[in-house]
Design a protein around this ligand. Sequence first.
Ligand code: AMP
Ligand code: ZN
Length: 465
Amino acid sequence: MTIRLFDTMAGTARELVPIEPGHVRVYSCGPTVYGPAHIGNFRSFLFADLLVRYLRYRGLRVTWVMNVTDIDDRIIKGARAEATSIGELSERYREMLVSDMEAVGIAMPDFMPKATENIPQMVELIQKLLDGGHAYRTDDGSIFFRIASWPEYGRLARLDPEGMRVGERVEADDYAKDDVRDFALWKGPKPDEPRWETSIGPGRPGWHIECSAMSMRYLGPSFDIHTGGVDLIFPHHTDEIAQSEAATGQRFVAYWLHNAFLQMGGQKMAKSVGNIERVGEIIDRGISARALRLALISANYRMALSFGEDSLQAASSAVDRLDALFAALATYRCDCPDDATLAGLLDGTKTAFETALDDDLNISPALAALFDLVRELNRRVDVRALSTADTARAAAFIRDLDRVLGIAPVEEAALEPDLQKLLDERAEARAARDWAGSDRLRVALAARGVLVEDTRDGQRWRRAD
Ligand code: AMP
Ligand code: ZN
């Protein structure tokens, strides 16, 4: 087994060789919880989720950390505007984030640390940088990283180290510093801002130091994979590398993975552009969360993905096809011999699925292999080429692949005994051609949330949504 991942630092795909054999440590930049996350953010989280699910499917142990940035200029502004505390505001949006993550089936990270709960770790890191001559204080109590002390600065983003810093997301220019390129590790106290009293003085952390401190706390000074959107390559990840490696003297991250943007109307989905949609809004429109999930993972993470009604429709009909197959496999009964070619069909699908995902999570051919199988199984159901036992094998096979995809219908729990009794009575009524009795039982079952349909293989039931 060889999994190759495109490493931004190397500029090429590299074979994944975990630092600790069999155990992959992954850190993903999570959201800043100043408002509800949009589905562009979710493309980034779902890419990390797909990566983690696939590594686990491949038998690797994974420790996955995703941070929550709960202190930032925008949070301070938002809390002030609402006359509430930053704690209340950020917690509200963190809870919304977690419920949206659950809705779209993200395997919950092993740790989701909040920045404000890791201030001592940040202070310790900054102290190391001060001691090592990589950081300096300014008159207002801020502390900056000295880029001139770190010759390797900017390799990830292929920057000319002499070049100017551009596109700084969190402006720090109102703090005096020695060199325009230097970035804030710690922001000195301001009268109307939250502050922490610490051994390096009062103030609050800069954004970049948060991720270095939280990743190293849970994953150690040197870990395998760091993920985020391409907009984070510079300055965020560039600064994380400089401050982490300057503090520890060790290579910070072995593989840097960056997802391309989700676009809508030809532009990056962003709050500032005004073209955002949220998980909750889409589900409220009646789109299934599984269809939304599929729409957001259906292109390789390094390719721009454009989102719109068409992509949602395509994903919805794909999920419907999967649901219909599962329903058909569940009710199919045939006293036929086992299908001698089924094992070969499943093996071929598995090979195609894994070969695609091993190649930098190339999801499109993996999905194509799955949906080719869905079509072929439907055909075999129609021509009654499968035995009853074959259908269980086929369903179990797809469920196994779905550990990676997370788009199959949830397995129906068996019916409660009293409901099963009604269903059995209805089967008897139909066998006795008692149509009135059968209809009465159908209505009784529907009233209890169980919808019954009659098929060639007998009754098929599902629970109402
Ligand atoms: P933020 O809350 O802005 O720090 O963003 C959280 C994550 O979402 C980061 O990894 C961003 O790179 C990513 N992100 C933001 N907008 C998009 C988008 N339109 N498409 C894909 N990823 C995005
Ligand atoms: Zn980060």
